[in-house]
Design a protein around this ligand. Sequence first.
Ligand code: 16G
Ligand code: ZN
Length: 515
Amino acid sequence: MDLDAVTKQSVLHAKPDGLTLQYGTAGFRTKAEHLDHVMFRMGLLAVLRSKQTKSTIGVMVTASHNPEEDNGVKLVDPLGEMLAPSWEEHATCLANAEEQDLPRVLVDIGEKAAVNLHQDAFVVIGRDTRPSSEKLSQSVIDGVTVLGGQFHDYGLLTTPQLHYMVYCRNTSGQYGKATIEGYYQKLSAAFVELTKQASCSGDDQRTLKVDCANGIGALKLREMKHYFSQGLSVQLFNDGTKGKLNHLCGADFVKSHQKPPQGIEMKSNERCCSFDGDADRIIYYYHDADGQFHLVDGDKIAALISSFLKEPLLEIGDSLSLGVVQTAYANGSSTRYLEEVMKVPVYCTKTGVKHLHHKAQEFDIGVYFEANGHGTVLFSKAAEMKIKQLAKELEEDKKRKAAKMLENVIDLFNQVADRQVISTTDAERQAVKPPGLQEAINELVKKYRLSRAFVRPSGTEDIVRVYAEADSQENADSLAYEVSLAVFQLAGGIGERPQPAESPEQFLDDLPLFS
Ligand code: 16G
Ligand code: ZN
């Protein structure tokens, strides 16, 4: 490592004195103007990680569903997964090192992680449409080059696309071509094949209105939509030509307000969906004939996908294991539906894609979704081989069809992603600290029917989040309010006392799609 060169370059990306940031659930995220030094240093770190893994590493510049003024950065590991936890610690140390300590911290990481410094390094970079993203990704590139790393800058990309590129490059193109064209071809072909077999395929069911959150999803879907030919007709809304990123639109807005975004005209039974700012979340919704709004969030998507997969799995008569992974935010009725009606085992992990992903890898076929719309389906290597083999070999038509259908699903899903007063256990559903808080929550929950509540420190902001569900909207509001008060009192709340919620985030839905 040319540490003198690092020191010289770093002055051009100097860390503001006293600023400390944490590699959160999905990377660093804060106001864009505080991130230049973090980007430069993540360029450095990506080179070390690439040398250590002897693989291509990805760096994505985005702040996802957060406001346009924010930005962030996350590193993507060789198989398209989120950065390994031990390296998150290195990332935090490196980002917070004062200027004069930077060389020492770099050397330290190299030693601790046993990085062979003579190894070549390759880093791929993508960014969202935020005004700050271009300059920040240039800072990443400065970090990569000063340590002698090679790089490819894909420029504007969605987060799933960057994960895809990394995975393709590290599997010698076996998964697909590491180009934007390769991505469109692979996914659209699988989608068209899969939907050919769908029983209901009228034109109205092949039309989809997409709210692109005024973000990168608009640019990329505009390119991709031509690849679907007759298979899908997409209309874009909130495409960034007028509105502000994630403002009054996008998956987070629709989920938390339980209403359509601004800028989209919805007629009854028209199919609509929303992305977030970097297009790694999706949720669907529609108005029924009575004008009532229905949301198909991550919980319902997981249930739909699982029921869709169950049939061909039964057909091929194989014993491939299927499991669903959720977080504590999953609506209780979706968990009951999956376990009791679908008879699929459901597991709960901590919030954040990396936790769900990790758990889902334990199954032959792992379906995971957060209620907010992050999720995918994973196939183990063994399951994938078995299914492909069956699709090729089987004489019996029904079984072959079933295997073919699963094969398309494999292709379609992209493998890819002070609050400390409270600490939690049991996938963040039980508070173990401060004393008395969990007992207080248990008492409050008992007052309501079909109720559940939990509190957890946010992994991305300095706040505590409160979740509540109950048999009616009113009761869920009231429970959420009471739990917030308990947190305020028992966890040393500061500032104003919590107020009764006007529009709470969660409500109990009867899962009308499945009845
Ligand atoms: C991050 C996570 C998201 C999670 C959210 C929770 C990824 C790609 N993103 O945005 O999945 O729901 O954090 O934030 O993992 P919180 O800890 O502030 O509630
Ligand atoms: Zn996102």
